[in-house]
Design a protein around this ligand. Structure first.
Ligand code: ATP
Length: 328
């Protein structure tokens, strides 16, 4: 049985010009302990979905069910504080005047004192900050603050944890490191979680299922490998990973229509059958990334080994390494 189910929800904001529909019949399911991610460009409605699950926006159609309880539908609404949903925000929102232990204990105000102390101890151990219990938030690194925020969100044992762009304030190196670390901590806690981000690397590093969102809908809900190898439509094909759609005929493939060509599908080969004009070449350490115009039509990216002498305007030849490309 799924832990979280969103069944064709619609969410709209009242505006002076009338209702602005933002989420349009969105569905997803997460099983207990799974991590899901909504991935999409700014404004596609990711945060709105989290707000609806947390209880800050009503659903205008459909329903949200957590652990068998209807949180929201058109005729039943559970207030936010009774939903057993935790939230972790972009800026961690730690209380600067409380030390680490008191921050973590914040969500346990109604628990008996000894229970509270035990739980704080367990959580600080889980996130590896036992020795920082008496530290102030400003004395911690970004990564340590994130771990305190996670411990605080997990303290009341939410049935679901929502994470809104949890790494957006960090540099790219720290992000990748922390995405792996956060995933490990959520796994260790056995928490079901739904994350939103516009960063594919983050989504892929964290989630079991990723939903590609566009204009208030999920276009595909799948694991990262499936999104990459078998995108459901043209939008997902263009959105996930590097590559682009080119006419099948330009690669010498049979049939009409376009195929999704990624850089790893092409190999530079002086006597290869595919001819292309080099438009742009960018140095990238072990090789260079090229933008090509295929002689048969369409543009694509390819990787060129460092030793290849070629400049913009040159004709190059390539070999196709995989003929089973997704078609659109
Ligand atoms: N309170 C509001 N009133 C009216 N419109 C809103 C409100 N909040 C959000 N919107 C609109 O709803 C749409 C979706 O916003 P939302 O914040 O859910 O997107 P998002 O995908 O999370 O974007 P970002 O990645 O920039 O945070 C946007 O067009 C936004 O302008």
């Amino acid at each position: 049985m799924s832990q979280l189910e969103l069944d064709r929800i619609r969410v709209a904001y009242p505006t002076p010009g009338g209702l602005l529909g933002v989420i349009d019949g969105l569905s997803l399911q997460l099983r207990r302990g799974e991590i899901g991610c909504l991935l999409g460009r700014s404004g596609c409605g990711k945060t709105t979905v989290l707000r609806a699950i947390a209880g800050f926006e009503p659903v205008r159609a459909g329903r949200i069910v957590l652990d068998g309880t209807v949180l929201a539908s058109t005729d039943a609404v559970l207030p936010p504080e009774r939903r057993r949903v935790g939230m972790m925000f972009q800026d961690y929102a730690l209380f600067p005047h409380l030390d680490v232990a008191a921050n973590v204990a914040f969500g346990l105000r109604r628990s008996p004192r000894d229970r509270r102390q035990t739980r704080v101890g367990e959580l600080l151990e889980l996130v590896g900050l036992t020795d920082k219990a008496r530290a102030w938030p400003h004395e911690l690194s970004g990564g340590q603050q994130q771990r305190v925020a996670l411990a605080r969100a997990l303290a009341p044992e939410p049935a679901l944890l929502l994470l809104d762009e949890p790494f957006s304030n960090l540099d790219i190196h720290t992000r990748e490191h922390l995405a792996g670390e956060l995933r490990g901590l959520l796994r260790a806690a056995g928490t079901t979680a739904l994350l939103v981000t516009h960063d594919q690397a983050e989504a892929f590093a964290m989630a079991d299922h990723v939903g590609v969102m566009h204009q208030g809908r999920i276009l595909q809900w799948a694991d990262a490998a499936t999104l990459y190898r078998k995108p459901a439509d043209r939008f997902v094909a263009g959105f996930i990973g590097r590559g682009g759609l080119v006419p099948a005929a330009a690669l010498g493939l049979e049939g009409e229509g376009e195929v999704l060509l990624r850089p790893e599908h092409l190999r530079f080969a002086p006597d290869g059958p595919i001819s292309a004009r080099l438009l742009e070449r960018t140095f990238r350490g072990p090789g260079s990334v090229c933008l090509l115009e295929l002689a048969g039509g369409g543009h694509c990216e390819a990787d060129l080994p460092l030793g290849v002498v070629a400049a913009a305007g040159d004709e190059l030849r390539f070999q196709l390494l995989d003929e089973e490309l997704p078609r659109f």
